[in-house]
Every structure is written in structure tokens, then in C-alpha cells.
Design a protein around this ligand. Structure first.
Ligand code: SF4
Length: 308
């Protein structure tokens, strides 16, 4: 029977899914991806995490728990730094050790991406493919193919969003939140879905030209070096004049977000902003009331501008 690799549908999955899935498929490696987060996965994540962890990494542990008896290896890359001012939060380089200490029977498949240690992305994928018993030529082909697929998917998402910005005349709200929170149906999903119910078009700060975002991020802060927060700061700069308001979504307790969001609320002027902090408690009544009032304010502002 062929080897099966489990991929937790959490954290880096939402950044790299197009790359990972196509890389493994091209190398004919069987993969199993955990399902969308649900209450059971979250409860298991809470059970196997320390209280101080952020909600997003607790969710990750729940997905590992789901996969642990369904595959031979669980894929947990270690990504530390991908370029200048492109560091990842410490959680991303500690994950495989945390899983190793928590589930002793789990076998981990990983790669290391850290430019400070001369581990480029291509080198990381080469190491990964060699661990899977593939030849350098097979790996290079799979990497090139996966990279191209990722670029195409990113471009499609960006084109679709630009079309909405140009042709959709509904109220627009910029969602500023890490991809793994925004696109997790159980975490950020309720906020996004509720906006759509209110006939509001969500625009996503992380769907942005990455190079442009990295440059524009400096307008809000030159000091912030976390890659994903810089991407979001840049997204705000790129989109803020084309949306009616901004919603910052963060999971408790996120250190990088607390610093970045503080700067955003201080430095982004003339645009209504609210912050929604998600934690492990069930119940969305408070969130719904806050979003409803926020949207009411945006509608009044928009109506006033039209009258003027
Ligand atoms: S950036 Fe925040 S939400 Fe993301 S893993 Fe780090 S602490 Fe958790």
C-alpha cells in the first residue's frame, strides 16, 4: 500500500494549499486533508494545547488530532523567514516540535524554509521530495509545476477581487485578518458570511499583489517585520480608499496582531475601523450586534456622501 500524507487544514495550509496539493499530486503521493474546522476539532485542539496558545494554533492541534490515525505521516513544515522583513510568528517554527511532544506516535514530514540559514524555498522542497524517495529531477518538475499553479490561483483571486472593486456598487468592507482565520469556516467564516447576509461585499486585505503590499506596508509601519502582518498592512494601504470600512479580525491572544492593529487604528485616518477578537467560546450574538451597528454607520456615511 502506498504511503499517505496528512495535511492539517489550518495555519500555513491557507497560505500554501495550492503549492502543497499540486506538489504532492505531481509526485504521485497520496494525501488526506483534514475537514473544515468544527466544534469537535476545536475541542480537541483545546484539549491538546496549553492555555496561552492563540486560538489559531489550538485549531491546528485539533486538525493534527483528527489526522493522527488516518495517515502515515503528518505534514508540518517549519517556515521561519522567507525574505527581508519577512519573518513568521514563532508559532510557525515551533509547530512540529510541539506536535512531536504532544503526540509521540505521530510521524512528521517537514521542510525548513529559513533564508537566514540558507534554506530557500526551492531547497526546502528539494529536501522534502528527497525524504519522499523522489529524484531531484522529479522534484524540480513538481516544484516548478506547483509554483506555477500557485501563481495562477493567486492571480485569479486578485483579478476577481479587482473586478468586484470596479463593478460592484454594494457597500464594501475590507477584512484584515490572517488567511488561516479568514478562510476557516468555523473561525472567520461566520463574520464573512454575516457580511454577505447584510448585502455587504467583503474585500480581503490578503488578496493583494504581494510585492506592492510589502512596499506599501511601510506607510503604516517600517518596523513591523512579520510577513503576514506586513501583507495585511500593505493590503490596507492598497484598498483603503476603495472600501467603506475596515474590520480587523484577530484570534486571542495574538501578539503580532495586537501590535499591528494598534498601529493601524492610530495611523489609518478617515476610515471607520472595528476590531473583532475571536476566542474559543461558542456564540456569535455579540459579534453580530457589533457588525450590524458598524454596517449601519457605514450605510449612513455612504448615504450622506451620495446626497452631498
Ligand atoms: S500570528 Fe498570531 S494568530 Fe498567527 S500563529 Fe502567531 S500568535 Fe497565532
Amino acid at each position: 500500500m502506498s504511503m499517505k500524507v496528512g495535511i492539517p487544514r489550518a495555519l500555513l495550509y491557507f497560505k500554501y494549499r495550492d503549492m502543497w496539493i499540486n506538489f504532492f499530486r505531481k509526485l504521485e503521493i497520496d494525501i488526506v486533508i483534514s475537514p473544515q474546522t468544527n466544534r469537535e476539532i476545536l475541542n480537541n485542539g483545546l484539549k491538546y494545547s496549553i492555555d496561552e496558545s492563540c486560538l489559531s494554533s489550538k485549531v491546528f492541534m485539533g486538525h493534527v488530532e483528527y489526522l493522527r490515525d488516518k495517515c502515515d505521516l503528518i505534514f508540518i513544515p517549519r517556515v521561519a523567514k522567507t525574505g527581508k522583513k519577512q519573518e513568521l510568528c514563532v508559532k510557525f517554527f515551533g509547530l512540529s516540535d510541539i506536535v512531536n511532544n504532544t503526540f509521540s506516535e505521530v510521524k512528521i514530514l517537514d521542510y525548513n524554509h529559513d533564508v537566514d540559514k540558507r534554506q530557500s524555498e526551492m531547497k526546502a522542497y528539494l529536501d522534502l521530495g528527497l525524504k519522499l524517495g523522489k529524484s531531484p529531477m522529479q522534484i524540480l518538475k513538481a516544484y516548478t509545476y506547483a509554483f506555477k499553479c500557485k501563481l495562477e490561483k493567486d492571480k485569479k483571486r486578485l483579478d476577481k477581487q479587482n473586478e468586484l472593486l470596479l463593478f460592484d456598487d454594494k457597500l464594501k468592507v475590507l477584512i484584515v485578518s490572517h488567511s488561516y482565520n479568514t478562510y476557516d469556516e468555523y473561525i472567520g467564516g461566520p463574520v464573512v458570511n454575516y457580511l454577505k447576509e447584510l448585502n455587504v461585499t467583503p474585500i480581503f486585505a490578503d488578496i493583494v499583489d504581494k510585492k506592492l503590499a510589502n512596499k506599501e506596508a511601510n506607510n503604516i509601519s517600517e518596523k513591523i517585520y512579520w510577513a503576514y502582518n506586513r501583507e495585511l498592512l500593505g493590503g490596507i494601504e492598497v484598498y483603503k480608499d476603495r472600501v467603506d470600512g475596515i474590520i480587523l479580525i484577530t484570534t486571542f491572544p495574538c501578539g503580532p496582531d495586537s501590535l499591528a492593529n494598534e498601529m493601524i487604528t492610530k495611523r489609518v485616518k478617515n476610515k471607520p475601523i472595528i476590531t473583532i477578537i475571536l476566542d474559543e467560546q461558542d456564540g456569535s450574538a455579540g459579534m453580530i450586534t457589533r457588525i450590524e451597528s458598524f454596517i449601519d454607520i457605514l450605510q449612513i456615511r455612504k448615504a450622506r456622501k451620495i446626497v452631498k
